[in-house]
Design a protein. Structure first.
Length: 178
């Protein structure tokens, strides 16, 4: 019998000062049995950074044919494909064929090595590609404060996210690699 995912619920009040987006989101996020809390929180952060109409969480780890997040197909092409982690160049190439925009959010301690080895090849694989690296120790600290149900205020400004809830606070910084 397969292990079932753990369900988390986030009520997020997002203030994206970079894009002038001020919205409230109710997100139900499944933590896949083979996924870490850090990866799940990186997916939630990616959702906040990419917030737009029709953006949805996909099966991700459960279905390697899907992105972690995407805007579903309109007129034969996916407007946005988002991967969280360190995808192969082949996966980025596939995403580039299927989507108008591709975004990658890497987050863990091996992200620097992944980018130094694969960065040049990945850059050639998609037309409209963004690669963002979250600060690993800050993602770890955020994940340590994780609760099954959370009300969060998320403010994005510059290359920082400030998260505050009833019993937690965190700041996540990132750098844009591409």
């Amino acid at each position: 019998m397969a292990i079932k995912p753990t369900i988390y619920k986030f009520r997020i009040n997002l203030s994206d000062l970079n894009r002038d987006i001020y919205e409230a989101y109710n997100l139900t996020v499944a933590l896949h049995p083979s996924e870490t809390a850090e990866r799940m929180m990186a997916r939630v952060l990616a959702y906040c950074l990419e917030a737009r109409e029709d953006l949805v969480f996909c099966k991700g780890l459960s279905d390697v044919e899907e992105a972690d997040l995407w805007v579903p197909v309109h007129d034969g092409k996916t407007p946005l494909w988002v991967d969280v982690g360190e995808p192969t160049a082949e996966r980025v190439k596939k995403a580039g064929r299927l989507a108008d925009e591709v975004a990658i959010y890497c987050f863990n301690s091996k992200a620097d090595t992944w980018w130094s080895i694969n960065g040049a090849k990945i850059q050639r694989e998609a037309k409209s590609l963004r690669v963002v690296q979250f600060n690993w120790s800050e993602v770890e600290a955020l994940s340590a404060q994780l609760e099954r149900t959370m009300d969060l205020s998320v403010t994005l400004t510059g290359q920082s996210a400030y998260l505050a809830g009833d019993s937690m606070q965190a700041e996540i910084n990132w750098q844009t690699l591409l």
